[in-house]
Design a protein around this ligand. Structure first.
Ligand code: 0RA
Length: 652
């Protein structure tokens, strides 16, 4: 009998091992399928994948503390005070449960019957993927009074789970070294992890997350560290996002409830701005494409406010029709729900499809908002007044647009006169350069490849849309030139401000400004416009910033463009040997200082140029930063610029 069991075990063992090897091989062969990509994003995704396991443990009610460390060698340690991954023998797989979790694809939550897994990175692939994509990983588990350990190389266990000591606590500690043969980037960015961990702390009230950077030492010898913790969850999150905006009413309308078995948490603030800022999450994942939870929220907001305004007769004297968008001008809200089996749809798989969610969110928000309005008549009036103002402004804007269109024989569809268009008409191949100033615009027009590169010169600083009313922004000449050149329409649908990019004429939009502080400011103004009015273009990866060189260094026959101070220093070291006299270098402060050929070869020629693609890693954080950079408060802006400045040290 004993013999038989052992044989059986042996068979099972080899069978399950083959499975494991195939699983790990699949991940290593097509890493992008599992973690999105193998550059910076994928590298950081590894951390989220590991942290998500600890968050699950927190959601199950067994963990309230998570520590993330970026180590000096760019490995990562994630530690929690949960129950610890089980280490007992897994009969079916014939190995320790810990080894199963660490080496079998999608094995993560299998033992945890009863509680459902709600968190999970966008890809939700489990910790075994991280293991497969790490040259080395070490897991330590404290449970049952003991300390266990196992080490893996590229996902393969180096030894069986072993007991290495005793412990009076419980928890899991994971350290991994991302594989340099898989990832094209290996350096962790503190601020990327910081914004996601901060977000997670707001989304999971009561949880403490500590981030430490062991690469950066303070004066007293300690390491750079930050603690994220929120007692009031979304209530504090929405205040954080709106920090730089002027509030319309000081209250946060806060809802934390459960409807039809779906936990719903919502926080709403009204500010005096004209933009709508909705941030929605499902199982801690930012659903940037929205979905059924957002539909439920909008429906409840419109219905409840409209009914309140009707009942209180505030709309009696209002002549204009009120549309859905009018209820959301100056609104900032965060919606976070938990769904057991989420269906994610859409281009980036961040649109919730579950139909049952509409009613749950609608009911939760409707009830709470109705109650708030009844209890706060003064605030309710301020909100409704703002809605009426928004409707009137929208109405005025439409009239103005109709006037313009009637005047123009082309039906308003013509291209801006300043645009130097390209000859090709295929948007996939075409590029539009938004260029600072007419003189640089002239150089760009002469230097470009006119087959696929179009130039639109912009007059210095465009309007700050963060401070402008919606229709004012769309009427500003420079901004109108941008969206008409692109072939994008904004807000022409009766009930919506959404942009339509179906007729987009260029799939690369390149902001090209001077390499100085003013140029950066213009970059920010243009990015703000895109972020607020046509975010789809950023989400689709169409928006870029050109990087003109800072210097042209010359010595004898040698000449080299330099993009950084380091490059310039290197040139000086290489060509300046043994010379006392200064070596010639020209600081390019403006694009206009380069002739067309120079501009082409350094900044516009696809073979040699370097473009920075604009992405939104974290929409709530981007919202917070844009409103801070473009808002009224000077102090936080100065602080941010001092911390992130590129040109400050060169030009002052
Ligand atoms: C499965 C079952 C149990 C805990 C965990 C997984 C668990 C996994 C991770 C990953 C990181 N931290 C974690 N903490 C716990 C529950 C086992 C039990 O009943 O004690």
């Amino acid at each position: 009998m004993a013999q038989e069991t052992e044989n059986q075990n042996k068979e099972n063992y080899s069978a399950s091992n083959i499975q494991v090897l195939e699983g790990l091989e699949a991940v290593r062969k097509r890493p992008a399928m599992y973690i999105g990509d193998t550059s910076l994003k994928g590298l950081h995704h590894l951390v989220y994948e590991v942290v998500d396991n600890s968050i699950d443990e927190a959601l199950a009610g067994y963990c309230n503390h998570i520590e993330v460390e970026i180590n000096a060698d760019n490995s990562i340690t994630v530690q929690d005070n949960g129950r610890g991954i089980p280490t007992d023998w897994h009969e079916k797989e014939n190995k320790s449960a810990l080894e199963v979790v660490m080496t079998v694809l999608h094995a993560g939550g299998k033992f945890d019957k009863g509680s459902y897994k709600v968190s999970g990175g966008l890809h939700g692939v489990g910790v075994s993927c991280v293991n497969a994509l790490s040259t080395k990983m070490i897991t330590e588990v404290a449970r049952d009074g003991k300390l266990f350990e196992q080490e893996y190389h590229r996902g393969h266990p180096v030894y069986a789970v072993r007991e290495i000591g005793s412990s009076d606590r419980t928890g899991t500690k994971q350290t991994f070294w991302p594989d340099d043969t898989i990832f094209t980037e290996l350096t962790y960015h503190y601020d990327i992890l910081q914004s996601r961990l901060r977000e997670l702390a707001y989304l999971n009230a009561g949880l403490t997350i500590k981030l430490t950077d062991n690469r950066v030492q303070n004066e007293d010898g300690s390491y750079k560290t930050e603690i994220f913790h929120s007692e009031e969850g979304l209530k504090e999150f929405v205040q954080f996002i709106d920090q730089s905006r002027e509030e319309l009413i000081p209250d946060v309308i806060y809802i934390n409830t459960e409807k039809q078995g779906i936990p719903v948490e919502v926080a709403i603030m009204y500010n005096t701005s004209y933009s709508e800022n909705l941030h929605s999450y499902v199982n801690n994942i930012n659903t940037i494409e929205g979905g059924t939870h957002l539909a439920g929220f909008r429906r409840a907001l419109t219905r409840t406010l409209k009914k309140y305004a009707d009942d209180s007769k505030m709309l009696d004297k209002v002549k204009v029709e009120i549309a859905g968008d009018d209820f959301r001008e100056g609104l900032t809200a965060v919606i976070s729900i938990k769904v057991a089996e989420p269906q994610f749809e859409g281009q980036t798989k961040t649109k919730l499809g579950n139909k049952e969610v509409v009613g749950a969110v609608d009911q939760a928000v409707g009830e709470a908002l109705k109650y708030y309005l009844e209890e706060h008549p003064k605030e309710a009036k301020m909100i409704v007044d703002k809605v009426i103002l928004a409707a009137s402004a929208r109405h005025a804007a439409r009239k103005a647009r109709e006037m313009v269109q009637r005047k123009s024989p082309m039906g308003g569809g013509g291209l801006p006169g300043k645009l130097a268009d390209c000859s090709d008409k295929n948007p996939d191949l075409c590029e539009l350069f938004l260029v600072e100033g007419d003189s640089a615009g002239g150089s760009a027009k002469s230097g470009r490849d006119r087959k696929f590169q179009a130039i639109l010169p912009l007059r210095g600083k465009i309007l700050n849309v963060e401070k402008a009313m919606y229709h004012k922004a769309l009427e500003s000449e420079e901004i109108r030139n941008i969206y008409t050149a692109l072939g994008v329409t904004i807000g022409t649908e009766e009930d919506s401000k959404e942009a339509n990019i179906d007729k987009l004429r260029y799939k690369k939009i390149i902001i090209m400004t001077d390499a100085d502080v003013d140029g950066s400011h213009i970059d920010t103004l243009i990015m703000t416009f895109f972020f607020r009015y046509i975010p789809q273009l950023i989400q689709n990866g169409y928006l870029y910033i050109a990087t003109p060189p800072l210097y042209l260094c010359k010595k004898g026959k040698a000449s080299e463009y330099c993009w950084t101070e380091d490059d310039k220093q290197k040139f000086i070291e290489e060509y300046g040997k043994g010379e006392e006299s200064a070596i010639h270098s020209q600081r390019y402060k403006g694009l206009g200082e380069m002739n067309p050929e120079q501009l082409w070869e350094t900044t516009m020629n696809p073979e040699f140029r370097m473009l920075k693609q604009i992405t939104i890693d974290n929409a709530a954080e981007a919202d917070h930063i844009f409103s801070m950079l473009m808002g009224e408060d000077v102090a936080p802006r100065r602080e941010f610029i001092e911390e992130n400045a590129t040109y400050a040290n060169i030009d002052t």
